[in-house]
Design a protein around this ligand. Structure first.
Ligand SMILES: Cc1cc2nc3c(=O)[nH]c(=O)nc-3n(C[C@H](O)[C@H](O)[C@H](O)COP(=O)(O)OP(=O)(O)OC[C@H]3O[C@@H](n4cnc5c(N)ncnc54)[C@H](O)[C@@H]3O)c2cc1C
Length: 391
């Protein structure tokens, strides 16, 4: 008798215990893991599987600059222009709440010691920001709850901050953002991963979801994997969260999402680095910070080539890295020799309204994607909102 038709690449045990979950989450970035964390907070008995196609999370969450930021003055002004006062301050509130939730879950030690805060550096072309500082602070008081600290503080040039920090006179004024902090990105993601695993969440890496079907009573997820015929594996869940940010259009057409690559460099340790903290300039297109008080992390420059950087390919380009090196040597570290230790890139997701997409795609599939480059700050809250759609 021929029994070949009974063969399955999976054993009886695997079928019984490994394939069915209450919730499956696609993507193990900050949003996917925060969605898992919140689902467990609601129901610790829920069975949850996170599927990740990379060996690590491979998008933006392990590649970013680690600015725990609520927005620089010029960014907030541009947001008010784009979406109006109310929505712009709702976004700031979300950033404040998101960072508070991240701190509550993971503790203080993901943040830099002795918080040096954040700053916006203004060159001649951003002087318009100075006239708006008191308006922004006043409006913040009207819109934000539980926020006693002032958002922005003007620092008088007579205090000599810019020259004490070693910057060139390209920068004319400096505004402090006292609530801003920096995060060790690697530590944050490691801790978040361990946090959900301790709650019993299963995370499978190297597992790419190729197709998702909502069958009304359950959702089927087909995996792309050639090892031991594993392409035949279908996971099954009652509910599914899609947390694939810039990569969501690969699975779902018609989403208003544009990929935006971010390129970054980091220096080797520099003796007596004269500044601490996070810095934004050129209306947020460039950002730099100290790492452990001895290195400079510097990123941005997407505005040099918006078209070329509208990509999900992980790579750096000479055009942008050369510009970063030039700016580093002429205006950030003009009096210092330094060497670049390495460069890298991550992929963000943007849309025209600068508003994350959090909604049901079908009755059993929720989307929590398009973080608009603010995921360190709002990722925890977006995870919470995505999870809430499913329960
Ligand atoms: C260079 C850079 C600097 C940044 N700096 C800051 C900052 O200072 N402050 C800030 O707030 N934000 C910053 N961001 C933005 C922030 O990192 C992102 O908004 C955030 O990480 C997005 O998280 P996510 O979980 O939505 O997406 P991601 O981290 O991209 O996670 C999506 C995951 O989905 C996985 N995936 C995709 N498709 C599939 C599939 N078919 N099957 C299985 N898995 C899949 C990917 O491998 C990936 O791991 C920066 C981003 C970059 C790139």
């Amino acid at each position: 008798m021929n029994h070949a038709h009974l063969y399955s690449p999976l054993s009886f045990w695997e079928h019984q215990s490994f394939l069915k979950y209450d919730y499956v989450i696609v993507g193990s970035g900050i949003v996917g893991l925060s969605t898992a964390a919140h689902l467990k907070e609601i129901n610790r008995k829920a069975t949850i599987l996170v599927l990740e196609r990379g060996i690590f999370p491979t998008g933006a969450s392990t590649k970013n600059a680690g600015f725990a930021c609520i927005g620089s003055p010029s960014e907030v002004l541009s947001d008010i222009n784009l979406m109006g006062e109310e929505k712009a301050f709702q976004l700031i509130q979300k950033r404040i709440n998101g960072l508070a939730l991240l701190k509550k879950r993971l503790g203080n030690d993901i943040f830099s010691k002795g918080n040096a805060g954040g700053y916006e550096l203004l060159s001649d072309k951003e002087m318009y920001v100075l006239d708006k500082i008191s308006y922004l602070n006043q409006t913040a008081k009207n819109h934000l709850t539980n926020n006693k600290k002032e958002l922005f503080k003007y620092i008088k040039p007579t205090l000599g901050y810019i020259s004490k920090m070693g910057f060139s006179n390209y920068f004319k004024e400096i505004i402090s953002i006292p609530q801003e902090n920096s995060i060790n990105t690697g530590k944050m993601m490691q801790k978040l991963l361990l946090h959900v695993q301790k709650q019993g969440v299963v995370v499978l890496n190297n597992t790419e979801v190729e197709e998702i079907k909502d069958l009304n009573s359950k959702v089927h997820l087909k995996i792309k994997n050639n090892f031991q015929n594993a392409q035949n594996i279908h996971f099954e869940a009652s509910k599914v969260a899609i947390c694939t940010n810039a990569f969501a259009p690969e699975m779902f057409s018609g989403l208003n999402i544009n990929a935006g690559r971010g390129q970054v460099l980091i220096t080797k340790p520099i003796k007596n680095l004269p500044f601490r903290g996070n810095f934004h300039f050129d209306e947020g297109y460039y950002y730099f910070r100290d790492v452990d008080g001895e290195r400079v992390l510097f990123g941005g420059g997407r505005n040099l080539d918006f078209k070329g950087e509208n990509t999900t390919t992980f790579a750096t380009t000479d055009k942008i890295i050369n510009e970063l090196v030039e700016k580093l040597s002429t205006i950030i570290l003009p009096n210092q020799t330094f060497e670049i230790a390495q460069t890298w890139a991550g992929i963000m997701a943007f849309n025209t309204g600068k508003t994350p997409i959090v909604r049901l795609h079908t009755p059993n599939i929720a989307l929590g994607v398009c973080l608009n480059g603010m995921g360190v700050a709002i990722g925890s809250i977006i995870g919470q909102e995505t999870a809430d759609l499913l329960v």
